[in-house]
Design a binder for this molecule. Structure first.
Ligand SMILES: N[C@@H](CCC[C@H](N)C(=O)O)C(=O)O
Length: 280
């Protein structure tokens, strides 16, 4: 079985993108993990699947799978790459796209310079919506991790995020605290973990340990969640430049009930063909 794909990235957060508008395949979790393998497969942080819409008022349906094969609701860097992909593959000529994801509708605007601006929707803060086990919504929560009490913000951008404040992202305990929080029992669907260093009211440094993928060079929803958490804590202004290991994103949020806007670049690395029958 022959399957065309495109390798892309947003700030080094890398993707295999597959068009299932013009191709047909059903990929199960073991195959997804095999394609994700950086030694025995193509390698990616997330697999993005482009499908025809299931309703008349949207342009496409977009599904996202982590490298561990789990299907997830949202991916910010992936959304921008998705927009570039459907235009380059001539599946659409529109500059504004309305797209169905597992967590709702997002709007994408392709700028003249190839950058993409995304309306990521309003963040959800109620614990049950994240989901996070807590009685009430609070700006921050104390949580026991590895014998220590840490303070986190908890935000859903369609997918769950915990945000910790650190003095310096270079020395942040991403490899140790990241996996412990990712699978913490208070996050029943696991969680993405952001380590945020506030530089000033318009600039943060951020590293993210992603659910189902480990630390990535950038996480778009993680950047949105960190800015939301920083604004709610009174530390940030409405527009923030987020510096991640792979590059920078522009994030804007006007407060409760308003959508988060994310703007950033995309890159296509190469096109390829998978021959699924060759795998054992
Ligand atoms: N890299 C992404 C987020 C991908 C999904 C995440 N790992 C999850 O499990 O929720 C981004 O750019 O937002």
């Amino acid at each position: 079985m022959r399957l065309e794909f495109t390798k892309m990235h947003g700030l080094g957060n890398d993707f295999v993108v597959i068009d299932l508008v013009t191709q047909r395949v059903r990929l199960e979790a073991p195959q997804i993990r095999q394609i994700a393998d950086r030694h025995f497969g193509v390698g990616f942080d997330q697999l993005l699947i482009v499908e025809p819409p299931t309703r008349p008022d949207v342009d496409f349906k977009y599904r996202i799978f982590n490298a561990d094969g789990s299907e997830v609701q949202q991916c910010g860097n992936g959304a921008r790459c998705f927009a570039r992909f459907v235009r380059e593959r001539r599946l659409t000529r529109k500059n504004k796209l309305v797209v169905e994801t597992a967590s709702g509708i997002i709007e994408l605007f392709v700028n003249a310079n190839g950058w993409v601006r995304v309306n990521m929707g309003a963040p959800r803060l109620e614990p049950a919506e994240i989901p996070f086990k807590a009685d009430l919504h609070c700006q921050t929560y104390d949580i026991e991790v590895g014998g220590r009490t840490l303070e986190i913000g908890a935000v859903s951008m369609g997918n769950p995020h915990a945000v910790l404040l650190v003095d310096n992202v270079e020395t942040a305990p991403v490899e140790t605290v990241g996996p412990l929080l990712e699978s913490h029992p208070r996050f029943p669907e696991r969680v993405n973990v952001g380590f945020m260093q506030v530089v000033d009211r318009q600039n943060i440094n951020l590293r993210v340990y992603e659910r189902g993928a480990g630390e990535t060079l950038a996480c778009g929803t993680g950047a949105c969640a960190a800015v939301v958490s920083g604004i709610l804590r009174g530390l940030l202004d409405e527009r923030v430049r987020v510096k991640l290991p792979g590059g920078e994103l522009d994030i804007r949020w006007q407060g409760q009930g308003e959508p988060v806007w994310m703007t950033g670049p995309t890159a296509r690395v190469f096109d390829g063909v998978l021959r699924l029958y060759e795998w054992r």
